[in-house]
Design a protein around this ligand. Sequence first.
Ligand code: PGA
Length: 240
Amino acid sequence: MKIIKVDTHKTLSQVCAFMFEEQINKKPNSKICFATGSSPVQTYIELIKKYNQGLLDFSQITTFNLDEYVGIPTTNKCSYHYFMDGNLFNHINVKRENINFPNGNGNVVEEAKKYEEIIKKHGGIDFTILGIGTNGHIAFNEPGSTISDRTREVQLTQSTIESNKIYFDKPSDMPLTAISMGIGTILESKKIVLIASGTSKANAIRDMVLGPVSPECPASFLQLHNDVTVIVDEEAGKYI
Ligand code: PGA
């Protein structure tokens, strides 16, 4: 793992956006997997700035997303579809037909299989951005997840529910399951960048980087990948 420690979340986001720029300029038709959550929001603002400055062209990229809640419409403002539109896709020139998501509605077992097939049909993912949960999850691969996991429906842990329910008008509206790429799916991405900021992530970052490779910290499986860059601010990186 390559570790980049920076002073602030803003610098982290600029470094991460620069890595996107390098990737897309090197391969304009890159297959990119995006993350949701608070971690990448500032990075996406930087990407929009670069697009407006003419430094980035998203017209040939194909996008995937790591996960989506099960059982809420894509128009719900807490859905990850809605998040990606509002925070990135509506502001850049990505083609609508090139946007892919796991579908958390309908027959989720079938939808999970279909999603894996779509990724394969595109020749796999070139570049994936990840956040990390305070419990060490990546996407919604909660502790107990294994390296052989593929896209599937997952039960969210209490700690994830506590972290995410604040986004819902009524906390009880938060779904208890999600459809998520598996650790196995994520590890097949050619390049992976994980970003984390703030003290609440420090233990998870320590376990991911220094701990054993173990389902107890799903992010630790990234130690097995040959092109992972971890960008942390001082607080998230204080134990490494
Ligand atoms: P956050 O979530 O970016 O909102 O902190 C990250 C995650 O849970 O994977």
